[in-house]
Write a protein that binds this ligand. Structure first.
Ligand code: 5AD
Ligand code: SF4
Length: 479
């Protein structure tokens, strides 16, 4: 029987940053005839939690599984292989995954040959892997964010070995190119421009789970986008944990504004990017968004808190005043820009005054929408060591108050659009039914549109007839 060496994550290693040069590795993905046959007559399910980085990783994982002849199913009961691509950002993401593992355990009891895999950010956590080893020994494979390319071999080993295979690297990470991808959407696509993060905000687990910041080469990014254009894609979203730090780790001096301009000159109709950090959001970036009509007037600019005291404790490296100045510059320079944000309430020892500063930022920025969260303690982060005396009920009240204010401005902003004509990329049928179709405006607002099936995949002009807090209703107008 084959014995696979267990490689487990380490909190100490995950924290390290060295000056080692990042390697671009182009030949790590190996697919041979033996591996290709493993999935014949077998079905797979991939369940994805978390952010767009995970969604994009799942597109690669699905493609790898299909290279191995597995066929996709949406039905867990039908699956011969179940893979959970997990998120570690907050406790509730964790809990959802452990809940799902409970369900899968029952399936495994009736169908012992199902291959069960867990990967993604939770796999990078020492405590999670220890828990899986203790309580979920029946699982087959745990692998991390740095070795997706190795999945065929891990599955092959799992089939030959009854033991739980663990292969999680805590190294800073390389850039792995030439992995396959099976895109979920035919019209818009995620394109990674960088991996990892070096900002180390004190509450955040990402720098540990995703490693050191590593930018992809400009040529490789452009090549991926060109292929998308050739395949009829209308929209790309450039992905990174902190996109405006793009290139800081490269030697050729390419910065994010240069990359954005290069992509804007390509024949792609819509370009978006997430996520930006207010700290290195430059005037050049603002000018490029303004200048190029295919760079969408939509900026997601996480503020996290409005209190200078809390921002300092979070290690965010900007003040309320400098954030407001930047937000104003963005709004004054880019016509009709939509501005969205992320906010955390209940960071350790956030006082009522601190929270009121956050509400004041929302009042001043009048965001189009915001993702709002209660602070969640993440093991081994600096914030987890901060004493916290604020009761959960207080945090919940703050969240509710904040959401009411965010919703108020979301609706006010949407109401201003009633009667205007906006470009909408129609993606498919609307969940509302009634022969409606759904798509997004250039400013990333969801619209349910009266139009035709033939409009799917096209950017059409839509007259907005009704505004809701989270969406708009509209009808197609002829050019
Ligand atoms: N607790 C709550 N929210 C968090 N985020 C990141 N880490 C935490 C945490 N420990 C939020 C931030 C970030 C978004 C992706 O998730 O607002 O911008
Ligand atoms: Fe994405 Fe962060 Fe969640 Fe990982 S922990 S999936 S990087 S949001």
């Amino acid at each position: 029987m084959l014995k696979h060496t267990k490689i487990k994550p380490s909190y100490i290693e995950a924290k390290k940053r060295t000056n080692n040069k990042v390697k671009v590795l182009t030949d790590l993905y190996i697919m041979n005839n033996e591996l290709k046959n493993i999935g014949i007559n077998k079905k797979y399910v991939v369940i994805t939690y978390g952010c767009q980085a995970n969604e994009r990783d799942s597109e690669t994982i699905s493609a790898i599984l299909e290279d191995m002849s597995f066929v996709k199913t949406d039905n867990l009961e039908d699956a011969d292989l179940i893979l959970l691509n997990t998120c570690a950002i907050r406790e509730n993401a964790h809990n959802k995954v452990f809940g799902m593992l409970g369900r899968i355990k029952h399936l495994k009891e009736t169908k012992p040959n199902i291959i069960t895999c867990l990967c993604g950010c939770m796999a990078q956590e020492e405590a999670v892997v220890n828990e899986i080893e203790e309580k979920f020994k029946w699982m087959d494979v745990v692998f991390g964010t740095h070795n997706i390319h190795n999945l065929p071999k891990l599955i092959s080993d799992a089939i030959n070995d009854n033991e739980l295979i663990i292969e999680v690297f805590s190294k800073e990470g390389d850039v792995v190119e030439n992995l396959p991808v099976k895109r979920e959407n035919k019209y818009k696509a995620y394109v990674n421009i960088m991996y990892g993060c070096d900002k180390f905000c004190t509450y955040c687990i990402v720098p540990y789970t995703r490693g050191k910041q590593r930018s992809r080469k400009l040529e490789d990014i452009k090549c991926e986008i060109q292929k998308l254009i050739d395949n009829g894609y209308k929209e790309v979203t450039l992905l990174g944990q902190n996109v405006n730090a793009y290139g800081k780790d490269l030697e050729n001096g390419v910065t994010f504004d240069k990359l954005l301009e290069e992509v804007a000159k390509m024949k792609i109709e819509r370009i978006r990017f997430v996520t930006s950090h207010p700290w290195d959001f430059t005037d050049q970036m603002i000018n490029i968004i303004k200048t190029y009509s295919n760079v969408m007037p939509y900026v997601h600019l996480p503020v996290q808190s409005g209190s200078d005291k809390i921002l300092k404790l979070m290690g965010r490296r900007y003040t309320k005043e400098s954030y407001l100045k930047l937000a104003k510059k963005i709004k004054d320079t880019i016509p009709n820009v939509s501005l969205t944000t992320d906010i955390i309430v209940g960071f350790p020892n956030e006082t009522e005054e601190d929270f009121n500063e956050t509400l004041d930022v929302v009042e001043k920025c009048k965001y189009d929408s915001a993702f709002t969260f209660i602070y969640s303690k993440r093991e081994n982060t600096p914030a987890s060591k901060m004493e916290d005396k604020v009761p959960l009920e207080v945090k919940q009240e703050r969240l509710q108050k904040l959401n009411e204010l965010v919703n108020k401005y979301a609706l006010i902003n949407n109401e201003k659009l009633v009667g205007t004509i906006l470009p909408v990329l129609i993606e498919g049928e609307s969940q509302k039914g009634n022969n409606l179709y759904a798509g997004y405006t250039d400013t990333m607002k969801l619209v349910n549109v009266k139009c035709n099936k033939e409009d799917i995949g096209k950017i059409i002009n839509v007259k907005i007839i009704e505004a809701k807090t989270w969406s708009l209703n509209g009808e197609k107008v002829d050019e």
